[in-house]
Design a protein around this ligand. Structure first.
Ligand code: 2BA
Length: 109
Protein backbone atom coordinates (compact mmCIF):
# COMPACT_ATOMS: atom_id res chain seq x y z
CA UNK A 1 0.00 0.00 0.00
CA UNK A 2 1.04 3.62 -0.63
CA UNK A 3 0.03 6.84 1.03
CA UNK A 4 -0.57 9.69 -1.39
CA UNK A 5 -0.30 13.16 0.07
CA UNK A 6 -1.73 15.57 -2.49
CA UNK A 7 -1.73 19.33 -1.97
CA UNK A 8 -4.31 20.87 -4.27
CA UNK A 9 -5.98 24.24 -4.73
CA UNK A 10 -9.21 24.77 -2.81
CA UNK A 11 -10.91 25.42 -6.18
CA UNK A 12 -10.20 21.87 -7.32
CA UNK A 13 -10.66 20.00 -4.07
CA UNK A 14 -14.42 19.40 -4.10
CA UNK A 15 -14.41 18.08 -7.67
CA UNK A 16 -11.39 15.91 -6.93
CA UNK A 17 -12.88 14.35 -3.79
CA UNK A 18 -16.12 13.73 -5.68
CA UNK A 19 -14.22 12.01 -8.53
CA UNK A 20 -12.18 9.92 -6.08
CA UNK A 21 -15.22 8.74 -4.12
CA UNK A 22 -17.13 8.04 -7.34
CA UNK A 23 -14.27 5.77 -8.42
CA UNK A 24 -14.23 3.92 -5.10
CA UNK A 25 -11.31 5.59 -3.33
CA UNK A 26 -11.28 6.81 0.25
CA UNK A 27 -9.85 10.23 0.95
CA UNK A 28 -9.25 12.43 3.98
CA UNK A 29 -9.41 16.13 3.33
CA UNK A 30 -7.38 18.51 5.48
CA UNK A 31 -7.49 22.28 5.40
CA UNK A 32 -3.92 23.52 4.91
CA UNK A 33 -2.03 26.72 4.19
CA UNK A 34 0.79 27.23 1.70
CA UNK A 35 3.99 28.52 3.27
CA UNK A 36 4.80 30.86 0.38
CA UNK A 37 1.44 32.45 -0.47
CA UNK A 38 0.04 31.85 3.02
CA UNK A 39 -3.31 31.12 1.43
CA UNK A 40 -5.62 28.21 2.03
CA UNK A 41 -5.13 25.03 0.06
CA UNK A 42 -6.29 21.46 0.60
CA UNK A 43 -4.22 18.44 1.53
CA UNK A 44 -5.67 15.03 0.71
CA UNK A 45 -4.51 11.79 2.31
CA UNK A 46 -5.22 8.70 0.26
CA UNK A 47 -4.27 5.15 1.17
CA UNK A 48 -4.22 3.13 -2.07
CA UNK A 49 -3.12 -0.30 -3.21
CA UNK A 50 -0.09 -0.16 -5.50
CA UNK A 51 -2.01 -1.43 -8.51
CA UNK A 52 -4.42 1.53 -8.15
CA UNK A 53 -1.73 4.18 -7.78
CA UNK A 54 -1.62 5.22 -11.44
CA UNK A 55 -5.42 5.46 -11.59
CA UNK A 56 -5.48 7.85 -8.64
CA UNK A 57 -2.58 9.94 -9.99
CA UNK A 58 -4.42 10.26 -13.31
CA UNK A 59 -7.61 11.41 -11.55
CA UNK A 60 -5.59 14.03 -9.69
CA UNK A 61 -3.91 15.32 -12.83
CA UNK A 62 -7.18 15.32 -14.79
CA UNK A 63 -8.95 17.47 -12.20
CA UNK A 64 -6.22 19.76 -10.86
CA UNK A 65 -5.19 22.44 -13.30
CA UNK A 66 -2.34 24.91 -12.88
CA UNK A 67 -3.39 28.53 -12.43
CA UNK A 68 -1.49 31.79 -12.41
CA UNK A 69 -1.77 33.94 -9.36
CA UNK A 70 -0.58 37.48 -8.90
CA UNK A 71 0.76 38.26 -5.48
CA UNK A 72 1.90 41.55 -4.07
CA UNK A 73 4.65 41.06 -1.52
CA UNK A 74 6.07 44.14 0.15
CA UNK A 75 9.56 44.75 -1.22
CA UNK A 76 12.18 46.93 0.48
CA UNK A 77 12.50 50.24 -1.36
CA UNK A 78 15.21 52.91 -1.40
CA UNK A 79 15.38 55.27 1.51
CA UNK A 80 14.79 54.54 5.18
CA UNK A 81 15.13 50.92 6.24
CA UNK A 82 11.40 50.69 6.90
CA UNK A 83 10.36 52.03 3.43
CA UNK A 84 8.59 49.25 1.53
CA UNK A 85 6.65 49.33 -1.74
CA UNK A 86 4.33 46.74 -3.22
CA UNK A 87 5.45 44.93 -6.39
CA UNK A 88 3.39 42.32 -8.19
CA UNK A 89 4.79 38.88 -8.87
CA UNK A 90 3.15 36.18 -10.97
CA UNK A 91 3.43 32.62 -9.67
CA UNK A 92 2.03 29.45 -11.14
CA UNK A 93 0.20 27.36 -8.55
CA UNK A 94 -0.63 23.68 -8.89
CA UNK A 95 -2.25 21.63 -10.48
CA UNK A 96 -1.19 19.44 -7.54
CA UNK A 97 1.90 18.76 -5.46
CA UNK A 98 1.94 15.05 -4.81
CA UNK A 99 4.07 12.89 -2.53
CA UNK A 100 3.84 9.09 -2.64
CA UNK A 101 5.03 7.34 0.51
CA UNK A 102 5.39 3.66 1.34
CA UNK A 103 3.02 2.39 4.03
CA UNK A 104 4.49 -0.14 6.46
CA UNK A 105 1.25 -1.19 8.06
CA UNK A 106 -2.36 -0.12 8.10
CA UNK A 107 -4.79 -0.85 10.91
CA UNK A 108 -8.35 0.05 11.74
CA UNK A 109 -9.15 -0.41 15.41
P1 2BA B 1 2.65 27.80 -1.40
O1 2BA B 1 3.82 27.50 -0.53
O2 2BA B 1 1.75 28.89 -0.97
O3 2BA B 1 3.22 28.08 -2.87
C1 2BA B 1 2.35 28.52 -3.90
C2 2BA B 1 3.13 28.68 -5.20
O4 2BA B 1 4.10 29.71 -5.05
C3 2BA B 1 3.93 27.42 -5.59
O5 2BA B 1 3.07 26.57 -6.33
C4 2BA B 1 5.07 28.00 -6.40
O6 2BA B 1 4.66 28.25 -7.75
C5 2BA B 1 5.30 29.35 -5.75
N1 2BA B 1 6.40 29.29 -4.78
C6 2BA B 1 6.47 28.57 -3.65
N2 2BA B 1 7.61 28.80 -2.98
C7 2BA B 1 8.26 29.72 -3.71
C8 2BA B 1 9.51 30.40 -3.55
N3 2BA B 1 10.31 30.18 -2.48
N4 2BA B 1 9.89 31.30 -4.50
C9 2BA B 1 9.10 31.54 -5.58
N5 2BA B 1 7.91 30.94 -5.79
C10 2BA B 1 7.50 30.04 -4.87
P2 2BA B 1 3.19 25.01 -6.18
O7 2BA B 1 4.63 24.60 -6.37
O8 2BA B 1 2.20 24.42 -7.11
O9 2BA B 1 2.81 24.65 -4.69
C11 2BA B 1 1.47 24.73 -4.22
C12 2BA B 1 1.42 24.44 -2.74
O10 2BA B 1 1.88 23.08 -2.55
C13 2BA B 1 2.37 25.27 -1.89
O11 2BA B 1 1.74 26.48 -1.58
C14 2BA B 1 2.57 24.37 -0.67
O12 2BA B 1 1.45 24.43 0.18
C15 2BA B 1 2.61 23.00 -1.31
N6 2BA B 1 3.98 22.56 -1.61
C16 2BA B 1 4.66 22.76 -2.75
N7 2BA B 1 5.86 22.17 -2.71
C17 2BA B 1 5.95 21.61 -1.48
C18 2BA B 1 6.98 20.86 -0.81
N8 2BA B 1 8.16 20.57 -1.39
N9 2BA B 1 6.73 20.44 0.45
C19 2BA B 1 5.55 20.70 1.05
N10 2BA B 1 4.54 21.40 0.47
C20 2BA B 1 4.74 21.85 -0.78
Amino acid sequence: MKLIVAIVQDNDSTRLVRALVKNGFSATKLASTGGFLREGNTTLLLGVEEDKLDEVLKLISDVCKPREQVITPLTPGPGPVDAYFPSSVRVQVGGATVFVLPVEKTMKM
